[in-house]
Design a protein. Structure first.
Length: 480
């Protein structure tokens, strides 16, 4: 028996259309060949999914979330994938590993366009299976073109690699015996940020618990709920449900059940942590005895698409004596500014430098902030600038700070700090377990949590919370 031949490809990024940042080729990590195969531990030689399967690595590109992708960058990445498909030989399937919330300047619903390009090249008999982030968007066009589609079931995304393996496993299984399944697809007119839909708490916790129950039913292969991506302004941006399987009646009924559950809870969703203005959060943190006390600078979260250099919070912190003129140790992570990083590196540890920091990509909330500080640590791509008790991490490239090791690389100890203020939304698992207490500050930026204030123009209405008094929708899944 000839081995199955399955291609691997994807372009993965989350793009805020409200961020002035532009994502270019320099923002992407691109892998091909053996390096791309090595990305997936479940495809290691001798693993179950490699028995009788030739995995054909095409190209995968992944970037930290940011602003819209330039058309030139997309054309270069997608163009290479399409060219590799032309020369790859016949493929039984393609495993597509992407996020689902990419925006390309001048385009709409780019994932659907990308998958359509793959379909045109491989033909109608090749099965296409996609793994997505639950913060992606699933238009009817995307759902129709794909044969298999699934997404994460946890937020934070502790099951990201499990989901990719499920997408690959389902693809292999259907190529071996099942053939093309049916899909019941329905969109739910709700668009909420990830910080209100974390599966750590209800209602998302109980709704996503239903997904495993549905998947276990006879006639069902997979079930998935997408929250959608709140910081892009496209008609496809809203929640979605897809249930995949062979029993049309069951998958349609269960897709409606999941969609109804999501809609029924639409006004129950709350922030995953207590919220307040930055000033309120700092006051509460200073007064608390819990240490370390974490505060999310949520409006400029780079893992949601923020520019990473919004200086509004830094400017406010520098004006707070409780932060700069007290015995408290406060870490601020981080702000991207390659010019300042280079100047600090040149000056060296121990030097005092005067700089204009941040606000160079996203200057709308606040322009560059004047700062005189001591260089207290260096690593190849980041520095620490210290003024009083405030330790400011400055980076060469946009970088999320999710791990304790990110801090210790700069000789900073979040465990023994009083306050740790991070450009983030919900705390990622390692920081969450490390924090003694946590508040989410509602700050300005390209991923501002106050969605109606951002000025969406292209959403499909009515949609909650933009139309708060909308009537309950008719949620009737379409069989694809």
């Amino acid at each position: 028996m000839q081995p199955l031949r399955i291609g691997i490809a994807g372009i993965a990024i989350e793009s805020s259309t409200f961020s002035p940042h532009r994502s270019t080729l320099d923002d992407f990590r691109v892998t091909r060949g053996a390096e791309l195969l090595a990305r997936y531990a479940f495809l290691a030689p001798g693993s179950e999914l490699t028995e009788g399967v030739e995995w054909v690595p095409l190209l995968h590109a992944v970037a930290v979330p940011g602003g819209p992708v330039t058309e030139e960058t997309y054309e270069q990445l997608a163009g290479e994938i399409f060219e590799r498909l032309r020369t790859a030989g016949p493929l039984d399937g393609v495993f597509i590993d992407f996020h689902g919330a990419m925006t390309v300047l001048g385009r709409t619903d780019i994932e659907a366009e990308f998958v359509a390009g793959i379909r045109e090249l491989v033909g109608p008999s090749t099965l296409l299976s996609a793994s997505m982030d639950l913060h992606g968007n699933v238009s009817r066009s995307l759902a129709e073109t794909l044969d298999l589609i699934t997404c994460y079931r946890k937020s934070p995304h502790t099951d990201a690699w499990d989901t990719r393996e499920r997408a690959a496993r389902n693809l292999v299984a259907r190529l071996r015996s099942g053939g093309r399944p049916q899909k019941a697809w329905v969109q739910v007119p709700v668009l909420l940020p990830g910080e209100k839909t974390s599966t750590r708490i209800d209602p998302a916790k109980r709704i996503y618990a239903m997904v495993d129950d549905v998947e276990a039913m006879d006639g069902v292969l997979d079930a998935a709920i997408w929250v959608g991506y709140a910081w892009a302004d496209e008609p496809r941006c809203q929640a979605s449900v897809v249930v995949t399987g062979d029993d049309a009646g069951v998958i349609t009924q269960q897709a409606k059940r999941l969609a109804d559950a999501y809609w029924d809870a639409h006004d129950e969703f709350e922030f995953v942590a207590p919220t307040g203005t930055l000033e309120e959060c700092v006051e509460r943190a200073v007064a608390s005895t819990a240490r370390p006390f974490f505060i999310s600078d949520s409006g400029d979260n780079p893992t949601a698409g923020g520019a990473g250099d919004t200086s509004w919070t830094l400017d406010a912190l520098l004006r707070m004596p409780a932060i700069t003129s007290s015995d408290l140790t406060t870490i601020y992570a981080a702000i991207v500014d390659p010019e300042v990083t280079a100047a600090a590196t040149k000056a060296g540890v121990g030097a005092t430098i005067a700089v204009h920091l941040g606000g160079k990509i996203d200057s709308a909330p606040c322009g560059p902030v004047s700062l005189t500080a001591q260089v207290t640590a260096l690593d190849p791509a980041a520095v620490t600038l210290t003024t009083g008790g405030l330790h400011i991490i400055v980076t060469t490239h946009r970088k999320p700070y999710h791990l304790e090791s990110d801090f210790t690389a700069l000789n900073l100890s979040p465990r023994t700090a009083d306050l740790v203020i991070v450009k983030i939304g919900y705390l990622e698992p390692e920081l969450y377990s490390l924090s003694a207490d946590w508040l989410l500050a509602l700050t300005p930026g390209g991923v501002n949590q106050d969605l109606p204030s951002l000025g969406h123009q292209n959403l499909t209405h009515p949609i909650y919370p933009f139309d708060p008094y909308m009537a309950a929708p008719e949620l009737n899944p379409v069989l694809l």
